[in-house]
Design a protein around this ligand. Structure first.
Ligand SMILES: NC(=O)c1ccc[n+]([C@@H]2O[C@H](COP(=O)([O-])OP(=O)(O)OC[C@H]3O[C@@H](n4cnc5c(N)ncnc54)[C@H](OP(=O)(O)O)[C@@H]3O)[C@@H](O)[C@H]2O)c1
Length: 296
């Protein structure tokens, strides 16, 4: 609007000053508008919605090592790390020399294989636990097993999730319940159960669909918006633990029929968040698309 006002004012002032014909003024106006539209279109390249805020990615300006804390020796628990984003994150944390606690729900073999690879990548230890975040007893049992083996968790990544692509009218109660319980309720309960052990950072994996709503993902969107709300509120309560939300967009995992960016890209953002590579306040969103284009 301001730009348009500026264009018209300049053109009109010129017209009065040098007495150019109205046709020339109109011409110039049209050319300026076309130029402005082109610039606007270019600046609207992906990502469409840059997150507002004070965040600055120092890794883009400075060598990574200057701003990052070492993760070597940290104990990292990642829920849903048998496959997908969780598994890739486990691999990347392993390269950093972290001890990994991996959880699976159904894919036991995949979790065992992932743990084996974590060890070969540099994790001093990779411990596998079965976790079903929809089952209260199982949550408490899993945390008990973890606390018997480790006296702390430095970094908790709440990653486990499910999705359903279906018009809302066709979703059954069971399908709605499963998404709400895994993506939101389970994440909240598991966080509470782990809290006495957590020392440094909690990273909740929400989604681009938790910032912008999409049809056929109604329930899923609701759960992911909720995860962001939980993260922001928890950050205000916890004074000694940093709490963040990492929001991926379409990522090539089982969830998307393996369409989208490679999950290792999302893992990179998760690990960088844990390292303190981005300047963030507790409660902040870390939008993966701020760091990688769809095309990357
Ligand atoms: N892929 C995307 O495009 C995308 C985009 C935005 C956000 N996200 C989010 O990123 C996270 C990881 O997704 P992904 O794409 O890596 O999905 P994925 O490949 O399907 O992996 C999901 C993980 O969650 C675990 N899980 C499922 N139900 C569980 C339950 N009841 N209790 C505990 N764990 C359970 C699975 O364990 P088992 O396989 O062992 O059963 C698996 O390890 C999710 O929170 C998802 O919403 C994904």
């Amino acid at each position: 609007m301001l730009l348009l006002e500026h264009i018209s004012t300049t053109a009109v002032v010129d017209h009065l000053r040098v007495k150019i014909s109205p046709a020339v003024v109109a011409d110039r106006l049209l050319a300026s508008i076309a130029c402005w539209r082109k610039a606007r279109k270019q600046s609207f390249r992906f990502p469409r919605k840059k997150t507002l805020g004070k965040r600055k990615d120092y890794t883009k300006d400075y060598p990574i090592s200057i701003s990052m804390a070492s993760l070597t020796g940290k104990i990292v628990l990642i829920t849903g790390s048998s496959i997908g984003i969780g598994r890739e994150s486990a691999f990347l944390f392993s390269r950093e020399g972290c001890t990994l606690i991996l959880t699976y729900c159904k894919d036991e073999k995949e979790a065992a294989d992932a743990a084996e690879k974590c060890r070969t990548l540099g994790a001093p230890e990779a411990f596998v636990v079965r976790l079903d975040v929809t089952d209260d007893e199982n949550i408490l049992g899993a945390v008990k097993k973890i606390s018997e083996k480790f006296d702390k968790i430095d970094i908790l990544v709440n990653n486990a999730g499910v999705i359903l692509w279906k018009p809302f009218k066709e979703q059954t109660f069971d399908e709605i319940q499963s998404q709400c319980r895994v993506n939101y309720e389970g994440l909240v309960k598991f966080t509470l159960a782990c809290l006495p052990l957590v020392k440094e950072t909690i990273i909740n994996i929400a989604s681009g669909a938790g910032k912008e709503a999409y049809p056929k993902l109604t329930t899923y969107c609701g759960t992911k918006f909720a995860v962001r709300g939980f993260t922001q509120a928890l950050a205000q309560e916890l004074k000694d633990i940093m709490v963040y939300c990492v929001n991926p967009r379409v990522t090539a995992t089982r969830m998307t029929g393996f369409e989208g960016i490679h999950p290792s890209k999302v893992a990179e953002v998760i690990v960088n968040t844990a390292k303190g590579a981005y300047v963030l306040e507790s409660g902040d969103d870390v939008d993966v698309w701020d760091y990688f284009d769809d095309a990357d």
